[in-house]
Structures are given as C-alpha cells and as structure tokens.
Design a protein around this ligand. Sequence first.
Ligand code: ADP
Ligand code: ZN
Length: 736
Amino acid sequence: LPSFNLFAEIVFPVPLKQVFTYGVSPALEGSIQPGMRCSVSFGRRQTVGLVTGLSRVAPNVPNLKSINSLMDIQPCLTPDLLKLGQWMADYYYCSVGEALFAMMPSGYRKNPKAFLGLKAEAQREAVESLLAQAGALRGVKWDNLKAGTVPVTARIKPLMEALKKSGLLELKLGEPGEMKSREKQTHETKQGPALHPQQQAALSAIEGALKEGGFKTFLLQGVTGSGKTEIYLRAIALVLEAGKQAIVLIPEIALTPQTVERFTSRFGDRVAVLHSRLGAGERVRQWESMATGDASVVVGARSALFAPAKNLGLIVVDEEHESSYKQDESPRYNARDAAIKRAQLVGGIAVLGSATPSLESLHNAKAGKYGLLLMPDRVNQKPLPKMRLVDLKEEWKTRGADRPILSLPLEEAIRETLAKGEQTLLFLNRRGFSTVALCLQCGEQLQCPSCSVPVTFHKSGGTKNEQTLLCHYCNWQGPLPEKCPSCKGGPIRLVGLGTERIEDEIAKKFPEARVARMDLDTTRRMGSHESILKKIMKKEVDILIGTQMVAKGHDFPGVTLVGVVGADTGLALPDFRSSERVFQLLVQVAGRAGRADKEGIIYLQTFNPEHPSIKAASVYDFQAFGEQELALRKMLFYPPFSRLGLLVYRSKVEKNASQAAEQTARFLRAQKGSGVEIFGPAPAAIAKLRGQYRFQILMKSEKPGPIRQVLALLDSKIETPKGVLRVVDLDPQSLL
Ligand code: ADP
Ligand code: ZN
C-alpha cells in the first residue's frame, strides 16, 4: 500500500454532504493547493473533484485512494470563493460540492479536452527558461509539463505559444478549438458626464466607504432614469484606480448588448462579460480573464458573482429586487444575498440598486444595516411620467357585450401617439393568444396532461410556428380540440388575453401601424431579441407589444406612451409577494416612457383601481407602498420579519409524495422549542408539474438558524423514501 504524507479533502458536484479524503502522492505535494480541481476515482468512475483543504494528519480511512492528477496549475477558485461555498452550503442547506461547482463554468466540470505535453527531445533547461519568461505562469513546473498534466486553458495560452514556437510542444488529446487570447488595447477610463447633486451625494458616500476600507453595503434607491448606472460606473472607476476589481450583476433579461456597451464604452477591454448565450469555450475565457487580471470588471447575470477575481473591491447588484437572482435549482442561492456575503469576505463594498427595492433590503436599510442612498429625481429634470388609471369595470358597464381589450382612453392615446410619430409600448405579462380554453357546456378548462395548469392557446407558438395549445411549464403541445374532450360535446371558447391577441387587436384597429411583439415566442431564435430592439431604436416600429421582457432595463428613447393592458395580472397569485411584484413591475414598465426629452404618459387598465399596490404604483409612492406592505408582513410574520424554508416533496405517485410530506411534518411539529413554525403539508399551488405530484411544507422562523438545525435533525432521523424527491428551498422567492 502506498503511504502518504499529505491528505486532501475533496468535494464533488453531488448532493452528498460528506467531504472525502484522498492521499496526495509525493510528486503532487509541491503543486497541490485548495481551490484546484483534480481527477480522482469516485465510486466506480473517474471524476472531477475540488480540493477544499489539505492536512498532514492521516485520516482513519481504510483503502485510502490517491489523487491521480491535478487539473489546475493555479487554484480555479479564490480563497474567498471557497469560504463563500461553505457559507452557501450552510445557509442554503446544500452540499459544499454543489455550491463550489456551481461557481465554475460548466466546462470545468468535465475533464479538459487537452493537456500540454513536451516532445521527448525537450530539454529541461530550455523549457525552464521559457517558463521563466512567462511570468504569470509561475505555477507550471517542468515536472507538470513532463508528466503532461497541465490542462489547456486560456491562462496557458502564452506558454503554449512559446512552446509551439520553440518546437517543443506536444498536445495530448486533440487540439483545443476556441482559445483566442484577447487583444490588449486601451487601459484608459473614459470620462463620464458631470454628476448631478443627488448623484454626487450618492457617489461621495460610496467613495468615503472605499477610502475608509472594509465591508459596507449600500442600497441605492433611485427612480428609473435617475442615473444609477452612472453611479455604478463612477464607483467602478474608483475601485480600478485603487488597483482592484469589480463585479456587476444585472438580471439576465436586461443584459442586452446595449447595457453591456455602457460598461465597455467606459472601461474598454478591461470588461469581461458573462451571460447564458455565450458558448462554453467563450464562457471559460471570459471567466478566466478575471483570474489572470486581463479583465478588471465583469458584467454578467447571476453566476458572474462567482468570477474568480483575486482582488475584488466592489460588487454591484442592479435591480436587486429581481427574483431571477434566485437560482431555481440546487444550490438555490440568491445572488444578491450571496453578493453581500462575498463583499463581507473580501472586505469590499456592495451596492444594491433599484427603483423599487425589495422589502428585505428596505428593511435592512431602515434598520441601519445598509447605507441608504436616495436619488428621487430624473437626470433629465423631467417629472416621472404621469400614470392614469382606467377602471375596466366602468368600461365594461358602458360598452356591454363589446368587452374591450383596449379602453377608449388608451385607444385614443395610441391614435394620438401614432399621429405625432412617436412610439407606443403595450405591456401585458402573458404570452400567447388566450390564456384559457374553456368548455362552454361543462366549464372545464383544458389542462396540460402532465401539469395541473390550464394550457395557453398560441396562434403561432408551435414548433413550426403553427397554432397550438401550449403548457408554459413543461412545453407540452397539442391541437385545439373542436369539442370539449371532457364532456364530449361542449364548444370551446378562448378567454383571457395574451400578447398575440393584443397584436391581433392592434392590427384591426390600427392597420397602418408598424407593430413588433417581444416575448419569449418571438425572441427564441439567436439574435431576434437584438433585431427587434434595433428596429425600435431606428423608429421602424410604431407600437411595441411585449411581456416583462420589454419592461426591464431597456432605454427606449422614442416611447412616449405606455399602455398596461392588464395591470392586475399576477395580483391574485397565492404568494405573499404578489403585491410587491405587481408594484415593482408597474413602476418598472412605467419607467420606459419619456426617457428622452419628450414627456411620457402611462395608462393602467385595471379592475382594481382601489388596490393599494396599484394605487401606490400609479403615483410612484414607494414610501407608502413600503410602509403598508411592511406592516402587513409584520402582522403575518412573513419576510423580512421572518425567514422561510420551503420543503417540496415530489413523486409520480401522489400518495408517496403526500405521505412523505406528512411524515416530515409530523416529525417537525414534534420538535417542541425548535423555534420553527410548521405549515402544511398541502398540495402546492401547482399541485402537479411535469407528471409529478407536489406537496409542500412551509417553515417560518425568526432567524435562519433554527430552520437549518431542524432540517439537519430531520435528516439524521428520517430518510426521504425511494421514488420521492425532496427539495429544500431557503428564502424561497416563489411559493407556487
Ligand atoms: P437608471 O439606471 O437610474 O435608470 P441611467 O443610469 O440609465 O438611469 O441614466 C439615464 C440617462 O441619463 C442615461 O442616458 C445616462 O447616460 C444619462 N445620465 C446619467 N447621469 C448623467 C449626468 N450626470 N449628466 C447627464 N446625463 C446623465
Ligand atoms: Zn405541462
């Protein structure tokens, strides 16, 4: 048996909470470090693991296996990321391996495509002098190269070039394809406009904190168009001047070329970009550029938080209230909250920006945990565009059978806007033609065969753009039946509006208008999103119809009229955040009007003009909304006054899921004094999803700790039965 002097703790991208120990062979002792990937045998397979720690103390393990090879020459995760992974595992109740591997580009989970090797005739002296020249590559040693264990990654590029030139290079396992090294250009920061007083005050506060040093979180609450992005840019410039790096998180849906351009035009090629449309190779290259220092700023969606910046000074989270910062698979982290944790770990600054902050952040700011920076006015000195509420109940009363999609005031406003040659944006957060297909005889709604949700009718949503019934949860498609399949005879009536239906209506009412629709269906093809945006910018579109995709992040300078076709959409969802979401979405979509020099106006069509969220949104009264909603949350003991944990039990067999949930609920309730309130089990709002029945248990506690403790106790006593899947979601963003 081999004997070892050094032992490595290794984790894998699996839900197992165990940490595994492997022996480190003497040959690897000099190179191995925590944060490096390695190839080891795990179970019956050869697989990729991550070293989280090293120890001289021999573990008490029979048949200790050894590490076969290292896959990194330098740690691919920085020390603060390793700590953040531990925190995530703890906080979100997942395994350290799941948390850490979720930080890396997906390509990192596989064995690399190629390794650098040396030709047999390569002399040690010659190679070492090449290595000495490639300064950034101190980690690579003659031994590694000779053994052929140096994987080909972007970082290796200069060395690879040098070896190639000298004729000493031999690549093993095929040539890598997509490694282009970035051209170094300018390192100058372009000047921005002179700041307005509110901006100046906000920036000064951030600058003060940077000078002081140490961890601090700011909540930058500024109305749309108040120049928040300019504050991010200035703060980044300060951080770069100090020789540090910055991370900017933007919701995926708002991460358009237009947005990225605002950062690249200021900081040039020091900006790396990470989003889901990148190919795997390009993703790795962008990611690594933060480790090598080629890039100093990374702009990206949720997972860009984990960019391996070695010298991080600032993390910006734009639109911090967005629920898309929460990952909906394990590890179920919220990137906003993890960003604050990472800033704390590196002793840096976190800036959370929003026009409509989440109630959690508002609460923290009020409690003095975050510095609150307010920018209540627009940069262009224009008041926020006026919102007019249109009561659809009244419209329906007076117009009777001819139930309008567009109210008379909105229709009139569209006509005027067209006449002035300005642009209109019509917003409805439902795609498809009609949201429900209803039998007029038996009242059945046509449902998806595998989900307990009504199917949507699409005029052109099928795979070949044909008309189809579509399930928005599992993508099931089927033809629209002529007769109700349930009562075998009733006629089917399509009810409930979607964006396609509005497009139809506009074509009838305004046949001369040039119309574009932007939703998931029209933007599925690569580049179609951008091409619609371009048309709008070039004023080739008079009326833009869209879902939340148009509401967020875009700057449409030509839009002066916004029509919210159904302001109530989403209000009735059985989720304690539904009012908050409606408020945020309405304010956000209103922010699309009148961004340039012309004034804008918004029409909100609603059946609930008295609803507090809609009323507050219609006058941009975040204060009023925040206070009334916080009072309600406090009364109901919901976040931010409590922490939630959601357990979902799923199974193809309904009884298995419900029994497993019941057993758990009984156990949890029996833990008197745990400090955790237990609700349920109950069928989830979407009781069946993709053929699986779902039962939920909601846990509430004043602090997050007790929920994790009671879960750990549960796991030490009760195993989830076979055939049942359990999901644990801490700080859930959705209770559906
Ligand atoms: P927000 O992110 O708060 O919605 P933006 O940062 O997009 O606001 O700013 C709105 C517009 O105002 C942008 O076109 C931006 O370039 C411009 N802007 C921002 N700050 C200034 C300033 N101090 N002077 C002139 N224009 C500015
Ligand atoms: Zn379905």
